[in-house]
Design a protein around this ligand. Structure first.
Ligand SMILES: C[S@@+](CC[C@H](N)C(=O)[O-])C[C@H]1O[C@@H](n2cnc3c(N)ncnc32)[C@H](O)[C@@H]1O
Length: 240
């Protein structure tokens, strides 16, 4: 016969039964990274989706844009059509044709029987924009560019903490001083529960290196985009 918790407690107090051991701690680990404060988001705008957010960016005419992790070029197409960049640089491993399927598509169908690289090259051939492909590890390929080259960099390649951190550090150097850095998938886990390092890496960059959020774009499944820019230098006090 089962005993109620109150009776068990009373009997325990009276010494009739040994007290129940405390429940085992539930594993709960949250990586240690800085939270954003009000001043980091003071000038941020909220958008319904990433397209809306990117349309709000005022870039110089004929900007230089890099997309770090292009996939099949779905968003590259938007970036090229909308901004008409003088140069668009596509950073990717370009090896997805070697896996049978990706994102619910057979890669042989998705890439029209070509390699990932040939498919992407053909897809964007003949545009006014000079489209440059940079096959390889994103942080290594990006590092070959001169500092302050890009007006806009979109980071969406490897999603582990180390990968995002490496991409973010190199991207920050390769961006013009007033350039915009956007990170896709500002969320803690993918759909299978695999941890993503985007939030820790982006927050650390913002808080430790003096950046501010200028836009946050919702996504239906919360694979949101966050756009950041270097915070302006504080105005000197009168007489300072
Ligand atoms: C999610 S897809 C990019 C999707 C694309 N930005 C879009 O919005 O349509 C990620 C891409 O990053 C590439 N990638 C993953 N890790 C990488 C790395 N370390 N260096 C370069 N590319 C990488 C993959 O090959 C894949 O094409």
């Amino acid at each position: 016969m089962s005993t109620s918790p109150a009776k068990r407690m009373l009997r325990a107090l009276l010494g009739a039964v040994p007290p129940e051991p405390p429940p085992a701690p539930v594993p709960y680990s949250v990586p240690d990274y800085p939270a954003l404060g009000p001043h980091h988001v003071r000038d941020a705008r909220l958008f319904s989706d990433r397209g809306e957010m990117f349309r709000s960016f005022a870039l110089p005419p004929g900007p230089v844009i890099g997309e770090v992790g292009v996939g099949a070029g779905w968003f590259s197409s938007f970036l090229i059509d909308h901004f008409r960049p003088s140069t668009f640089v596509a950073f990717d491993l370009f090896d997805l044709h070697t896996v049978p399927s990706i994102w619910g598509h057979q890669t042989s169908v998705l890439f029209e029987g070509k390699t990932h690289e040939s498919y992407f090259r053909d897809r964007f051939a003949g545009r006014d924009t000079r489209v440059v492909l940079e096959p390889g590890l994103s942080h290594e390929r990006l590092a070959t560019y001169a500092d302050a080259t890009f007006d806009l960099l979109y980071i969406d390649a490897g999603h582990t903490y180390d990968e995002v951190k490496r991409d973010a550090e190199v991207a920050a150097r390769k961006l013009r001083p007033d350039g915009i850095l956007v990170f896709n998938d500002y969320t803690l886990f993918d759909v299978n529960g695999t941890p993503y390092g985007v939030v820790p890496a982006v927050n650390a960059l913002i808080v430790r290196d003096g950046w501010q959020v200028i836009g946050f774009a919702l996504q239906q499944h919360m694979f949101c985009d966050i756009a950041i820019r270097r915070a302006p230098a504080p105005a000197l006090a009168p007489g300072g």
